[in-house]
Design a protein around this ligand. Structure first.
Ligand code: SF4
Ligand code: SF4
Length: 503
């Protein structure tokens, strides 16, 4: 057992209000500069929809992630090594500017400098590439809230393979439904971006699993951009280097949550340590599609298990990190209560950011212009529990997003979420929980104590409960790489890389 620690984020999609505060916090902090105009390390998509860059989930087009070639073996979908060599100077699977959008700004000075006139001056949009006026035709959240539209929702790659009636259900005008999907780099355990980089410039930090690009080593081959199935590496045209989400590691190292998580208005984001067994990665990444989620969950270890604790200590993991793993909200949502899943496990990158799928409204009918549930009021709660098949967001659709097509897994999670709601409603509205509700909770695989804990962590968590961040002990991490005595002489001179004679 090779125990490692990973900082992971969890997104509770039921709570995301699509305000994009997270994206703006990230933009202002990390990508507000030349060459990074079109980069959205954090973006929020409306589902069903096309996402950003357009149709990023269509791997037949973009060829991202891994594919299983035979039992126990996977290879990059992008290319084999000889093909990679042949395509070194021409990468046919890269997204183009049209797949993102032409970055633009507005000529704000026109507002101040316009001559006096009867007309209100306007700030014209101009391209940030050419400086010329442009007609804006796309943006990072262009299809925001346009679920049900023929242009966006109907072309969602996740609808592929769904029965015609399920697809039709998503577009019936009275049943149109949508939810938001915030995305950052998943800091995967089996990252395709790392595997595809010919320069060895991308690496996964040992101490917390953050995947980073070494800007000094990057030679702009852009294989990482093509190989990441989530399209979360971007090419900076000004510096000629690739860039990606760094999980705000400078903030983590100083005990602060990433900016996207800290600023999240819906408080949908949680952060915590997960302990995992690095020895299990090769097997977990190569099992058949329907075993992928279980294999990944098995690789994530129980931080209360004495054997795991001993192996973690033997690997140099600090006790404070082990204790943080025990209090990790991500661990509890993911493993203790079984409520969360990785995004698109079938890409086989073993994504380490997790999502709680959204509970969508249930089917209703329109009567005399009013939308009503087609159920008698006294049956509503219990019937809903068994009628997830008629939820407006089809289980099959959510399964394509989070469970490699396994709708039963989504059903199990949504039943748990419904059970929590029904239990708490009985308690707060009726003042008591009846036997039928207790049976419902048991049937969903929960206990009243678990319901209370889920309810509390979902609705009323403090900042410290949402973000359980251990001390980083940078002094130890740096000593593992550099000899502190070697740097003693440069203290105070401010060298990041001291000059060497002859260079
Ligand atoms: S999501 Fe992040 S770590 Fe995973 S393949 Fe893409 S860039 Fe690499
Ligand atoms: S800030 Fe939070 S609630 Fe708002 S869009 Fe981002 S993830 Fe959703």
């Amino acid at each position: 057992m090779d125990v490692r620690a990973h900082m992971s984020m969890l997104f509770h999609l039921d709570k995301c209000i699509g305000c994009h505060t997270c994206s703006i916090a990230c933009k202002n902090l990390w990508t507000d500069r030349k060459g990074a105009e079109y980069m959205w390390w954090n973006n929020v998509e409306t589902r069903p929809g096309m996402g950003y860059p357009t149709g990023w989930e269509d791997q037949e087009h973009y060829r991202g992630g891994w594919k299983r070639t035979q039992p126990g073996a996977i290879e990059l979908r992008l290319h084999t090594r000889p093909q990679g060599l042949a395509n070194l100077f021409y990468n046919p699977a890269l997204p183009s500017l049209e797949d993102y959008y032409e970055p633009f700004t507005f000529r704000y000075e026109d507002l101040f400098n316009a001559p006096e006139s009867d007309d209100q001056p306007t700030a014209r949009p101009v391209s940030m590439i050419t400086g010329e006026p442009i007609q804006i035709e796309a943006g990072p959240n262009w299809d925001d809230d346009l679920s049900g539209s023929n242009l966006y929702a109907k072309n969602d790659p996740n609808l592929k393979g769904l029965p015609a009636e399920v697809q039709a259900q998503l577009h019936e005008i009275e049943r149109v439904v949508m939810n938001y999907l915030p995305r950052i780099c998943n800091h995967c355990l089996n990252p395709a971006c790392v595997a595809a980089c010919p320069s060895g410039a991308i690496y996964k930090r040992a101490e917390d699993g953050v995947v980073l690009v070494n800007e000094n080593k990057c030679k702009a081959w852009r294989m990482c951009v093509a190989a990441c199935p989530y399209k979360k590496v971007y090419y900076n045209w000004a510096t000629g280097k690739s860039e990606k989400c760094i999980l705000c590691f400078p903030r983590l190292e100083t005990g602060q949550a990433p900016a996207c998580a800290h600023s999240c208005v819906g408080r949908i984001r949680y952060m915590g340590v997960l302990l995992y067994d690095a020895d299990r990665i090769p097997e977990a990444a190569t099992v058949p599609d329907d075993e992928l989620v279980d294999a990944q969950l098995e690789a994530i270890l129980d931080p209360f298990d004495p054997e795991v604790i001993a192996a973690a200590r033997a690997n140099g993991i600090d006790d404070a990190w082990i204790e943080a793993a025990q209090r990790s909200p991500v661990y509890h949502f993911l493993k203790t209560w079984g409520l969360a899943l990785p995004l698109h496990p079938e890409y086989r990158t073993m994504a380490m950011m997790f999502y709680i799928p959204p509970l969508s409204p249930v089917v209703s009918v329109v009567e005399q212009g009013l939308v009503k549930l087609d159920l008698p009021p006294e049956r509503v709660d219990f019937e809903l529990f068994h009628r997830l098949d008629t939820a407006r967001m089809p289980l099959e659709y959510l399964a394509n997003l989070f469970a490699a097509g396994d709708a039963e897994r989504i059903r199990r999670i949504l039943r748990k979420m419904l059970a929590v709601r029904i239990y708490k409603r009985r308690e707060s509205v009726d003042g008591a929980v009846d036997a039928a509700t207790l049976e419902l909770v048991r049937e969903a695989g929960l206990s009243p104590e678990a319901v209370e804990a889920i309810y509390r962590l979902t609705t009323q968590p403090t900042l410290e409960e949402r973000f359980v961040l251990p001390p980083y002990h940078r002094e130890q991490a740096i000593e593992a790489w550099n000899d502190p005595l070697e740097h003693k002489g440069t203290t105070g001179l401010g060298f990041l890389q001291p000059p060497k004679r002859g260079e």
